[in-house]
Design a protein around this ligand. Structure first.
Ligand SMILES: Cc1cc2nc3c(=O)[nH]c(=O)nc-3n(C[C@H](O)[C@H](O)[C@H](O)COP(=O)(O)OP(=O)(O)OC[C@H]3O[C@@H](n4cnc5c(N)ncnc54)[C@H](O)[C@@H]3O)c2cc1C
Length: 375
Protein backbone atom coordinates (compact mmCIF):
# COMPACT_ATOMS: atom_id res chain seq x y z
CA UNK A 1 0.00 0.00 0.00
CA UNK A 2 2.83 2.38 0.89
CA UNK A 3 4.61 1.58 -2.33
CA UNK A 4 1.44 2.01 -4.39
CA UNK A 5 0.58 5.39 -2.85
CA UNK A 6 4.05 6.85 -3.15
CA UNK A 7 4.53 5.46 -6.65
CA UNK A 8 1.28 7.12 -7.71
CA UNK A 9 2.34 10.47 -6.20
CA UNK A 10 5.79 10.19 -7.76
CA UNK A 11 4.47 9.47 -11.24
CA UNK A 12 1.54 11.91 -11.12
CA UNK A 13 3.31 14.83 -9.44
CA UNK A 14 7.09 14.44 -9.25
CA UNK A 15 7.67 13.06 -12.73
CA UNK A 16 6.97 16.37 -14.44
CA UNK A 17 9.43 18.15 -12.12
CA UNK A 18 12.32 15.69 -12.18
CA UNK A 19 13.94 16.94 -15.41
CA UNK A 20 13.11 20.59 -14.69
CA UNK A 21 14.81 20.52 -11.27
CA UNK A 22 17.84 18.88 -12.84
CA UNK A 23 18.01 21.23 -15.85
CA UNK A 24 17.46 24.45 -13.93
CA UNK A 25 19.12 23.37 -10.67
CA UNK A 26 16.24 24.60 -8.60
CA UNK A 27 14.19 23.23 -5.70
CA UNK A 28 10.64 21.90 -5.76
CA UNK A 29 7.96 24.60 -5.78
CA UNK A 30 6.28 25.25 -2.39
CA UNK A 31 2.92 23.75 -3.43
CA UNK A 32 4.57 20.37 -4.11
CA UNK A 33 6.43 20.56 -0.78
CA UNK A 34 3.05 21.17 0.90
CA UNK A 35 1.45 18.28 -0.94
CA UNK A 36 4.27 16.02 0.25
CA UNK A 37 3.45 17.23 3.76
CA UNK A 38 -0.15 16.11 3.33
CA UNK A 39 1.14 12.66 2.34
CA UNK A 40 3.36 12.56 5.48
CA UNK A 41 6.50 12.36 3.37
CA UNK A 42 8.31 14.86 5.63
CA UNK A 43 7.45 12.84 8.72
CA UNK A 44 7.71 9.27 7.49
CA UNK A 45 8.78 7.79 10.83
CA UNK A 46 7.57 10.50 13.18
CA UNK A 47 4.77 9.29 15.47
CA UNK A 48 1.22 10.22 14.53
CA UNK A 49 0.93 12.43 17.65
CA UNK A 50 3.46 14.80 16.02
CA UNK A 51 1.75 14.63 12.64
CA UNK A 52 3.92 11.92 11.11
CA UNK A 53 3.11 8.63 9.39
CA UNK A 54 4.75 6.49 12.10
CA UNK A 55 6.16 3.98 9.63
CA UNK A 56 8.89 1.52 10.48
CA UNK A 57 12.25 1.63 8.71
CA UNK A 58 11.25 -0.90 6.05
CA UNK A 59 8.32 1.39 5.17
CA UNK A 60 10.70 4.35 5.20
CA UNK A 61 13.04 2.57 2.75
CA UNK A 62 10.15 1.89 0.38
CA UNK A 63 9.14 5.57 0.39
CA UNK A 64 12.71 6.72 -0.35
CA UNK A 65 13.15 4.13 -3.10
CA UNK A 66 9.91 5.12 -4.82
CA UNK A 67 10.63 8.85 -4.71
CA UNK A 68 14.22 8.38 -5.88
CA UNK A 69 13.06 6.17 -8.73
CA UNK A 70 11.51 9.31 -10.20
CA UNK A 71 13.62 12.13 -8.75
CA UNK A 72 16.77 11.27 -6.83
CA UNK A 73 17.27 14.93 -5.92
CA UNK A 74 13.90 14.98 -4.15
CA UNK A 75 14.70 11.58 -2.62
CA UNK A 76 17.91 13.04 -1.20
CA UNK A 77 16.13 15.98 0.43
CA UNK A 78 13.48 13.71 1.92
CA UNK A 79 16.02 11.15 3.14
CA UNK A 80 18.27 13.69 4.86
CA UNK A 81 15.34 15.58 6.39
CA UNK A 82 13.83 12.40 7.81
CA UNK A 83 16.76 10.21 8.75
CA UNK A 84 19.53 12.57 9.82
CA UNK A 85 17.53 15.48 11.21
CA UNK A 86 14.11 14.34 12.37
CA UNK A 87 15.13 10.83 13.48
CA UNK A 88 17.99 11.91 15.80
CA UNK A 89 15.77 14.66 17.25
CA UNK A 90 13.21 12.00 18.09
CA UNK A 91 15.80 9.54 19.38
CA UNK A 92 18.11 11.83 21.34
CA UNK A 93 16.06 15.00 21.88
CA UNK A 94 14.64 16.09 25.21
CA UNK A 95 10.82 16.10 25.44
CA UNK A 96 10.99 19.92 25.07
CA UNK A 97 13.15 19.70 21.96
CA UNK A 98 10.79 17.13 20.45
CA UNK A 99 7.75 19.34 21.18
CA UNK A 100 9.47 22.41 19.78
CA UNK A 101 10.94 21.04 16.58
CA UNK A 102 9.27 17.80 15.51
CA UNK A 103 5.73 18.94 14.55
CA UNK A 104 6.93 21.60 12.07
CA UNK A 105 9.51 19.24 10.60
CA UNK A 106 7.09 16.31 10.35
CA UNK A 107 4.60 18.44 8.43
CA UNK A 108 7.23 19.90 6.09
CA UNK A 109 6.50 23.40 7.32
CA UNK A 110 10.20 23.43 8.15
CA UNK A 111 12.92 21.53 6.32
CA UNK A 112 15.83 19.95 8.16
CA UNK A 113 19.48 19.11 7.55
CA UNK A 114 22.51 17.64 9.28
CA UNK A 115 25.86 19.29 8.90
CA UNK A 116 29.23 17.90 9.90
CA UNK A 117 31.45 18.23 6.80
CA UNK A 118 33.86 21.17 6.60
CA UNK A 119 36.50 22.18 4.04
CA UNK A 120 39.22 20.29 5.98
CA UNK A 121 37.04 17.59 7.56
CA UNK A 122 35.24 15.04 5.39
CA UNK A 123 35.65 11.35 6.18
CA UNK A 124 37.58 12.36 9.31
CA UNK A 125 34.57 13.99 10.93
CA UNK A 126 36.25 14.26 14.33
CA UNK A 127 38.66 16.85 12.94
CA UNK A 128 36.06 19.58 12.44
CA UNK A 129 37.16 23.12 13.27
CA UNK A 130 33.83 24.89 13.91
CA UNK A 131 33.80 26.01 17.51
CA UNK A 132 31.17 26.42 20.19
CA UNK A 133 32.22 28.56 23.15
CA UNK A 134 30.14 28.54 26.30
CA UNK A 135 28.72 31.96 27.23
CA UNK A 136 26.22 31.88 30.08
CA UNK A 137 22.99 30.29 28.84
CA UNK A 138 24.31 30.12 25.29
CA UNK A 139 27.04 28.74 23.09
CA UNK A 140 28.64 31.02 20.52
CA UNK A 141 29.10 29.15 17.25
CA UNK A 142 31.70 30.05 14.63
CA UNK A 143 32.74 28.14 11.55
CA UNK A 144 32.05 27.03 8.03
CA UNK A 145 30.24 23.95 6.72
CA UNK A 146 30.39 22.59 3.19
CA UNK A 147 28.12 20.33 1.14
CA UNK A 148 25.03 20.81 3.28
CA UNK A 149 22.08 18.93 1.79
CA UNK A 150 18.95 21.12 1.92
CA UNK A 151 21.32 23.98 2.86
CA UNK A 152 19.72 26.54 0.57
CA UNK A 153 16.14 25.81 1.63
CA UNK A 154 16.44 24.39 5.15
CA UNK A 155 15.26 25.92 8.43
CA UNK A 156 16.71 23.61 11.11
CA UNK A 157 20.19 22.10 11.00
CA UNK A 158 21.78 19.66 13.41
CA UNK A 159 25.23 21.20 13.42
CA UNK A 160 28.47 19.69 14.69
CA UNK A 161 30.90 22.01 16.44
CA UNK A 162 33.71 21.40 18.87
CA UNK A 163 33.61 22.60 22.45
CA UNK A 164 37.26 21.51 22.85
CA UNK A 165 39.46 20.93 19.76
CA UNK A 166 42.08 19.04 21.83
CA UNK A 167 39.52 16.35 22.68
CA UNK A 168 38.71 15.65 18.99
CA UNK A 169 35.71 13.24 18.92
CA UNK A 170 35.05 13.66 22.66
CA UNK A 171 34.80 17.43 22.26
CA UNK A 172 32.29 17.33 19.43
CA UNK A 173 28.75 18.47 20.18
CA UNK A 174 25.60 18.67 18.08
CA UNK A 175 23.53 21.85 18.18
CA UNK A 176 20.06 22.49 16.86
CA UNK A 177 20.65 25.62 14.80
CA UNK A 178 17.87 27.60 13.16
CA UNK A 179 18.10 29.65 10.00
CA UNK A 180 16.45 32.55 11.84
CA UNK A 181 19.38 32.91 14.28
CA UNK A 182 21.56 36.00 13.89
CA UNK A 183 24.89 35.20 12.26
CA UNK A 184 23.55 32.21 10.29
CA UNK A 185 24.43 32.62 6.64
CA UNK A 186 23.83 30.47 3.57
CA UNK A 187 26.89 30.54 1.29
CA UNK A 188 27.38 29.29 -2.25
CA UNK A 189 24.84 26.83 -3.67
CA UNK A 190 26.93 24.10 -5.27
CA UNK A 191 26.79 23.64 -9.05
CA UNK A 192 26.78 19.84 -9.08
CA UNK A 193 27.11 17.01 -11.57
CA UNK A 194 23.90 15.38 -10.27
CA UNK A 195 21.26 15.83 -7.58
CA UNK A 196 20.83 19.27 -9.07
CA UNK A 197 17.37 19.76 -7.60
CA UNK A 198 18.79 19.80 -4.09
CA UNK A 199 20.16 23.12 -2.91
CA UNK A 200 23.36 21.69 -1.43
CA UNK A 201 25.23 24.67 -0.02
CA UNK A 202 27.87 26.08 2.26
CA UNK A 203 26.76 27.42 5.63
CA UNK A 204 28.55 30.02 7.72
CA UNK A 205 28.17 30.61 11.44
CA UNK A 206 29.32 34.04 12.56
CA UNK A 207 28.98 34.36 16.33
CA UNK A 208 25.64 32.54 16.27
CA UNK A 209 24.17 32.52 19.79
CA UNK A 210 22.65 29.08 20.31
CA UNK A 211 20.71 28.56 23.54
CA UNK A 212 22.08 25.85 25.81
CA UNK A 213 18.76 23.99 25.54
CA UNK A 214 19.53 23.46 21.82
CA UNK A 215 22.35 20.98 22.54
CA UNK A 216 21.31 17.53 21.32
CA UNK A 217 22.32 15.00 23.98
CA UNK A 218 25.27 16.29 25.99
CA UNK A 219 28.26 18.27 24.70
CA UNK A 220 30.37 15.10 25.00
CA UNK A 221 27.91 13.04 23.03
CA UNK A 222 27.92 14.69 19.61
CA UNK A 223 30.27 12.29 17.88
CA UNK A 224 28.48 9.18 19.12
CA UNK A 225 25.10 10.62 18.15
CA UNK A 226 26.47 11.64 14.73
CA UNK A 227 27.79 8.14 14.05
CA UNK A 228 24.51 6.52 15.13
CA UNK A 229 22.64 9.06 13.02
CA UNK A 230 24.71 8.12 9.99
CA UNK A 231 23.90 4.44 10.58
CA UNK A 232 20.24 5.41 10.18
CA UNK A 233 20.95 7.76 7.27
CA UNK A 234 22.82 5.17 5.26
CA UNK A 235 19.74 2.99 4.95
CA UNK A 236 18.08 5.99 3.29
CA UNK A 237 21.01 6.57 0.94
CA UNK A 238 20.99 2.88 0.03
CA UNK A 239 17.26 3.08 -0.71
CA UNK A 240 17.91 6.14 -2.80
CA UNK A 241 20.61 4.32 -4.79
CA UNK A 242 18.22 1.41 -5.25
CA UNK A 243 15.55 3.77 -6.61
CA UNK A 244 17.97 5.26 -9.14
CA UNK A 245 19.29 1.84 -10.19
CA UNK A 246 15.78 0.47 -10.54
CA UNK A 247 14.72 3.40 -12.71
CA UNK A 248 17.75 2.82 -14.95
CA UNK A 249 17.04 -0.91 -15.16
CA UNK A 250 13.35 -0.45 -16.01
CA UNK A 251 14.07 2.16 -18.66
CA UNK A 252 16.76 -0.05 -20.21
CA UNK A 253 14.58 -3.18 -20.16
CA UNK A 254 11.71 -1.34 -21.89
CA UNK A 255 14.03 0.19 -24.46
CA UNK A 256 15.79 -3.11 -25.14
CA UNK A 257 12.44 -4.70 -26.07
CA UNK A 258 11.46 -1.78 -28.34
CA UNK A 259 14.71 -0.93 -30.08
CA UNK A 260 15.32 -3.10 -33.13
CA UNK A 261 18.64 -3.69 -34.84
CA UNK A 262 19.42 -6.52 -37.25
CA UNK A 263 15.60 -7.08 -37.45
CA UNK A 264 15.13 -7.97 -33.78
CA UNK A 265 14.82 -6.23 -30.42
CA UNK A 266 18.30 -5.59 -29.04
CA UNK A 267 17.14 -7.11 -25.74
CA UNK A 268 16.97 -10.52 -27.41
CA UNK A 269 20.73 -10.49 -28.00
CA UNK A 270 22.26 -12.45 -25.18
CA UNK A 271 24.91 -9.77 -24.62
CA UNK A 272 22.11 -7.35 -23.74
CA UNK A 273 19.79 -9.71 -21.85
CA UNK A 274 22.72 -10.83 -19.67
CA UNK A 275 23.31 -7.21 -18.71
CA UNK A 276 19.64 -6.93 -17.72
CA UNK A 277 19.86 -10.21 -15.79
CA UNK A 278 22.86 -8.95 -13.82
CA UNK A 279 21.17 -5.62 -13.12
CA UNK A 280 17.99 -7.23 -11.86
CA UNK A 281 19.85 -9.75 -9.67
CA UNK A 282 22.06 -7.14 -8.02
CA UNK A 283 19.17 -4.72 -7.51
CA UNK A 284 17.06 -7.39 -5.80
CA UNK A 285 20.03 -8.35 -3.62
CA UNK A 286 20.52 -4.69 -2.68
CA UNK A 287 16.84 -4.42 -1.74
CA UNK A 288 17.12 -7.43 0.57
CA UNK A 289 20.25 -6.02 2.23
CA UNK A 290 18.39 -2.76 2.81
CA UNK A 291 15.36 -4.53 4.30
CA UNK A 292 17.65 -6.59 6.54
CA UNK A 293 19.38 -3.51 7.95
CA UNK A 294 16.01 -1.76 8.33
CA UNK A 295 14.49 -4.75 10.06
CA UNK A 296 17.42 -5.04 12.49
CA UNK A 297 17.04 -1.37 13.34
CA UNK A 298 13.29 -1.79 13.84
CA UNK A 299 13.98 -4.64 16.27
CA UNK A 300 16.52 -2.47 18.15
CA UNK A 301 19.34 -4.89 17.28
CA UNK A 302 22.85 -3.79 16.24
CA UNK A 303 22.84 -2.83 12.57
CA UNK A 304 25.84 -0.57 11.99
CA UNK A 305 27.78 -3.03 9.78
CA UNK A 306 24.58 -4.15 8.01
CA UNK A 307 23.71 -0.52 7.29
CA UNK A 308 27.22 0.02 5.84
CA UNK A 309 26.86 -3.18 3.79
CA UNK A 310 23.55 -2.16 2.28
CA UNK A 311 24.86 1.32 1.46
CA UNK A 312 28.07 -0.04 -0.07
CA UNK A 313 26.27 -2.66 -2.14
CA UNK A 314 23.29 -0.57 -3.25
CA UNK A 315 25.42 2.39 -4.32
CA UNK A 316 27.86 0.21 -6.29
CA UNK A 317 24.91 -1.60 -7.85
CA UNK A 318 23.20 1.66 -8.78
CA UNK A 319 26.33 2.97 -10.47
CA UNK A 320 26.80 -0.29 -12.35
CA UNK A 321 23.13 -0.44 -13.37
CA UNK A 322 23.25 3.13 -14.69
CA UNK A 323 26.41 2.42 -16.66
CA UNK A 324 24.89 -0.67 -18.26
CA UNK A 325 21.58 1.06 -18.90
CA UNK A 326 23.39 3.83 -20.71
CA UNK A 327 25.23 1.24 -22.80
CA UNK A 328 21.93 -0.45 -23.73
CA UNK A 329 20.50 2.90 -24.85
CA UNK A 330 23.53 3.36 -27.10
CA UNK A 331 23.95 6.95 -28.34
CA UNK A 332 20.46 7.88 -27.09
CA UNK A 333 21.63 7.20 -23.56
CA UNK A 334 24.22 9.92 -23.87
CA UNK A 335 21.88 12.80 -24.70
CA UNK A 336 19.68 14.77 -22.36
CA UNK A 337 16.40 13.99 -24.16
CA UNK A 338 16.15 10.80 -22.12
CA UNK A 339 16.64 10.52 -18.34
CA UNK A 340 19.29 7.77 -18.35
CA UNK A 341 22.16 10.24 -18.35
CA UNK A 342 20.53 11.96 -15.34
CA UNK A 343 20.29 8.63 -13.48
CA UNK A 344 23.98 8.09 -14.23
CA UNK A 345 24.96 11.53 -12.87
CA UNK A 346 22.72 11.17 -9.82
CA UNK A 347 23.93 7.67 -8.92
CA UNK A 348 27.61 8.55 -8.46
CA UNK A 349 27.22 10.56 -5.27
CA UNK A 350 25.57 7.66 -3.44
CA UNK A 351 29.06 6.09 -3.35
CA UNK A 352 30.37 9.21 -1.61
CA UNK A 353 28.03 10.93 0.84
CA UNK A 354 27.13 9.78 4.34
CA UNK A 355 30.44 7.91 4.20
CA UNK A 356 32.34 6.85 1.08
CA UNK A 357 32.51 3.24 -0.10
CA UNK A 358 36.02 3.07 1.34
CA UNK A 359 34.74 4.17 4.74
CA UNK A 360 31.89 1.61 4.49
CA UNK A 361 34.53 -1.12 4.04
CA UNK A 362 36.39 0.14 7.12
CA UNK A 363 33.17 -0.12 9.18
CA UNK A 364 32.40 -3.62 7.86
CA UNK A 365 36.05 -4.67 8.25
CA UNK A 366 36.17 -3.46 11.85
CA UNK A 367 33.10 -5.53 12.62
CA UNK A 368 34.78 -8.60 11.13
CA UNK A 369 37.95 -7.93 13.13
CA UNK A 370 35.83 -7.60 16.27
CA UNK A 371 34.19 -10.96 15.59
CA UNK A 372 37.10 -13.00 14.27
CA UNK A 373 40.37 -11.42 15.23
CA UNK A 374 42.41 -9.47 17.67
CA UNK A 375 43.69 -6.01 16.78
C1 LIG B 1 25.92 16.36 -2.86
C2 LIG B 1 26.53 16.22 -1.51
C3 LIG B 1 25.73 16.28 -0.38
C4 LIG B 1 26.29 16.18 0.88
N1 LIG B 1 25.52 16.34 1.99
C5 LIG B 1 26.10 16.43 3.22
C6 LIG B 1 25.34 16.81 4.35
O1 LIG B 1 24.12 17.04 4.28
N2 LIG B 1 25.97 16.91 5.55
C7 LIG B 1 27.31 16.67 5.69
O2 LIG B 1 27.82 16.79 6.81
N3 LIG B 1 28.06 16.30 4.62
C8 LIG B 1 27.49 16.20 3.38
N4 LIG B 1 28.24 15.87 2.29
C9 LIG B 1 29.66 15.59 2.44
C10 LIG B 1 30.01 14.12 2.24
O3 LIG B 1 29.49 13.35 3.30
C11 LIG B 1 31.54 14.03 2.10
O4 LIG B 1 31.85 14.55 0.82
C12 LIG B 1 32.05 12.62 2.29
O5 LIG B 1 31.90 12.19 3.61
C13 LIG B 1 33.54 12.50 1.91
O6 LIG B 1 34.29 13.52 2.47
P1 LIG B 1 35.27 14.38 1.51
O7 LIG B 1 34.49 14.79 0.33
O8 LIG B 1 35.92 15.43 2.32
O9 LIG B 1 36.35 13.32 1.03
P2 LIG B 1 37.68 12.89 1.84
O10 LIG B 1 37.34 12.46 3.21
O11 LIG B 1 38.70 13.96 1.67
O12 LIG B 1 38.10 11.61 1.03
C14 LIG B 1 38.79 11.67 -0.22
C15 LIG B 1 39.05 10.22 -0.68
O13 LIG B 1 39.88 9.56 0.29
C16 LIG B 1 39.25 8.38 0.76
N5 LIG B 1 39.55 8.20 2.18
C17 LIG B 1 39.45 9.10 3.19
N6 LIG B 1 39.80 8.55 4.36
C18 LIG B 1 40.11 7.25 4.10
C19 LIG B 1 40.53 6.15 4.89
N7 LIG B 1 40.69 6.24 6.22
N8 LIG B 1 40.75 4.96 4.29
C20 LIG B 1 40.55 4.83 2.95
N9 LIG B 1 40.17 5.83 2.14
C21 LIG B 1 39.93 7.03 2.71
C22 LIG B 1 37.75 8.61 0.54
O14 LIG B 1 37.04 7.40 0.48
C23 LIG B 1 37.76 9.39 -0.76
O15 LIG B 1 37.85 8.49 -1.84
C24 LIG B 1 27.69 15.95 1.00
C25 LIG B 1 28.50 15.85 -0.16
C26 LIG B 1 27.93 16.01 -1.39
C27 LIG B 1 28.83 16.00 -2.59
Amino acid sequence: MIQKNIRRFASEVLEEWANVLDRDSKPLPPHVVREMGRLNIWGIQAPAQYGGAGLDTVGYSIVIEEISRVSAAVGLGVSVHNSVCLAPLLKFGTPEQVERFVPDLASGKKIGGFTVTEPQAGSDAASIQSTAVSDGDHYILNGQKTFVTNGGIGDVFLTAATVDTRKKAKGLALFIVEKSMDGFEVGKIEDMMGMRGNMVSELFFNNVRVPRENVLGSTEDGFRISMQTLDMGRIGIAAQALGIGTAAFEAAARYAMERKQFDRPVGTFQAVSFKLADMKTHLDAARLLIYRAANLKDRSLPYSAESAMCKLYASTTAMQACMEALQIFGGYGYVKDLPVERFFRDAKITEIYEGTSEIMKIIIGNEIIKQFGRL
